[in-house]
Write a protein that binds this ligand. Structure first.
Ligand SMILES: Cc1cc2nc3c(=O)[nH]c(=O)nc-3n(C[C@H](O)[C@H](O)[C@H](O)COP(=O)(O)O)c2cc1C
Length: 282
């Protein structure tokens, strides 16, 4: 497994906590990981690492921290072309604009970016830290973990493969359902599902009504999702992981498969096999 550098700046410690969780996640999958406060890192060190994970909070007005982090990052730009890079950081009152701008700068400089960045509102609590660590660990198997919503001491945590989500959201019926609910499906079509996920999180936070289109993000057949919405959850022909309105036989086969996988994976997990060993790269 490749050598990884985690390079961060942090004023009040939030991004530092994220850096530590990410480094732990990398360590746990056997990636040789070095953590640097940004002033201890130079552009020449970029060549020593297969992957560089940069962390900086939103400062100024949706900007990178300009006295220490920005100068080092600017000097590293010439080494970004073809380099595996991931980004993370904490933010306060904004909507993550600094991170979107930062992603664009990395893309313009030819960096090979991880599918998704990691951002955290203010201080990561134990749950967010754990999610950050697991996400860093499973990313190597093409799986991402995202916290969708917390309420009543419960958390809705989403695990997904970006490549499969992209395929699912490109479906014509799925696009219609999403467009009607204000999703930017053009972005999904171009291989970037981040915008759709961000919109889903916003809708779950607003919670005017439950966002039933979430089924599209879980791989449910789009016609079953539209059937569910149109029939207000009634008139289904069978039910299992979801309510079925179209292909009953195929759905029943899938429910059986999910049940078997869940039983086997849970049994392995209880026997002490780690999440990383259980997760398959496809
Ligand atoms: C000078 C300054 C500027 C900031 N600007 C923004 C901003 O534009 N947008 C935002 O969402 N948060 C902003 N924040 C909030 C920080 O991003 C947030 O508190 C973050 O958790 C700090 O991370 P750290 O603990 O790693 O320093 C700003 C904070 C400071 C001190």
């Amino acid at each position: 497994m490749g050598k990884t550098a985690v390079v961060y700046w942090s004023g009040t410690g939030n991004t530092k906590m994220m850096a530590q969780a990410i480094a732990q996640g990398c360590d746990s999958v056997g990636a040789e990981t070095d953590v640097f406060y940004v002033r201890d890192f130079t552009k020449d060190m970029m060549d020593e690492y297969d992957m560089v994970i940069f962390g900086c909070p939103s400062m100024g007005v949706e900007e990178l921290e300009d006295s220490e982090f920005q100068p080092v990052f600017d000097s590293c730009k010439e080494k970004l072309n073809g380099k595996k890079v991931a980004l993370f950081g904490s933010y306060g009152w904004g909507d993550g604009e600094w991170m979107r701008n930062w992603v664009s700068v990395c893309e313009e400089n030819g960096a090979v970016l991880a599918d998704d960045y990691m951002i955290c509102n203010e201080e990561p609590d134990a749950l967010k830290e754990e999610i950050c660590g697991i996400d860093g660990m499973l990313k190597r198997k093409g799986i991402r973990i995202k916290l969708l919503r917390i309420w009543d001491k419960k958390a809705l945590v989403y695990a997904y493969r970006p490549s499969m989500l992209h395929k699912d959201l490109k479906n014509e019926t799925a696009e219609c359902i999403l467009q009607e609910r204000g999703y930017c499906t053009e972005k999904a079509g171009s291989g970037n599902c981040k915008k759709c996920l961000e919109h889903l999180i916003e809708r779950l936070e607003e919670y005017k009504e439950f966002s039933h289109e979430i089924g599209l993000f879980l791989g449910y057949p789009p016609l079953d999702v539209s059937g569910f919405i149109e029939n207000k959850a009634c008139n289904y022909i069978c039910k299992g992981c979801w309510k079925v309105y179209t292909d009953k036989e195929e759905a029943v086969r899938t429910f059986e498969l999910y049940k078997k996988c869940t039983q086997e994976l849970c049994a392995d997990y209880r026997r002490g096999i780690s999440l990383m060993q259980l997760a398959k790269a496809v």
